[in-house]
Design a protein around this ligand. Structure first.
Ligand code: MG
Length: 158
């Protein structure tokens, strides 16, 4: 068994799409980034890479490489999980938290779980997603940024 941890932050800006957990979330702002800036999928990627000491998402997919400009982070997650599977590990479960002041994410969580479980070929209850606000405090509470945390457990398969 191997445990991994990941965290990611993206700045928020008005008038661009907000991608979280592979799903576009309607709202007043979106996340800024070289890829589609999906903080949750990036935190999940980092947790799984970290579990096997395989560096981080920026090491595998450079944020200066034009190849990854605007890329759908579901593709990155799929690539990361391929690396994990090539090392003969599989996901046992992951638990994540997204910090976003608005909009409320709770109505979108089941669909995000479905998307992520589909990519990782696991059951929906192996993918936990939680959401919280930052109580209007600091840059997250002022809707200047989004943050996601993830821990995961991987198990070796013979
Ligand atoms: Mg990121």
């Amino acid at each position: 068994m191997r445990i991994g941890f990941g965290v990611d932050v993206h700045q928020l800006k008005e008038g661009i799409p907000l991608m979280i957990g592979g799903k576009e979330i309607p709202g007043p702002h979106g996340a800024v980034g070289h890829s589609d800036a999906d903080a949750l999928l990036h935190a999940i990627c980092d947790a799984m890479l970290g579990a096997l000491s395989l560096r981080d998402i920026g090491y595998h997919f450079s944020d200066t490489d034009p190849k990854y400009k605007g890329i759908d982070s579901k593709i990155l997650l799929k690539e990361v999980y391929k690396l994990i599977c090539e090392k003969n590990y599989r996901l046992v479960n992951l638990d994540s938290t997204v910090i976003l002041e608005r909009p409320k994410l709770n109505p979108h969580i089941p669909e995000m779980q479905e998307i992520i479980a589909g990519i990782l070929e696991v059951e929906v209850d192996q993918v936990s997603i939680k959401a919280t606000t930052h109580e209007k405090v600091d840059s997250f509470g002022e809707s200047k940024a989004i943050k996601a945390y993830c821990v995961c457990l991987l198990e070796a398969h013979s």
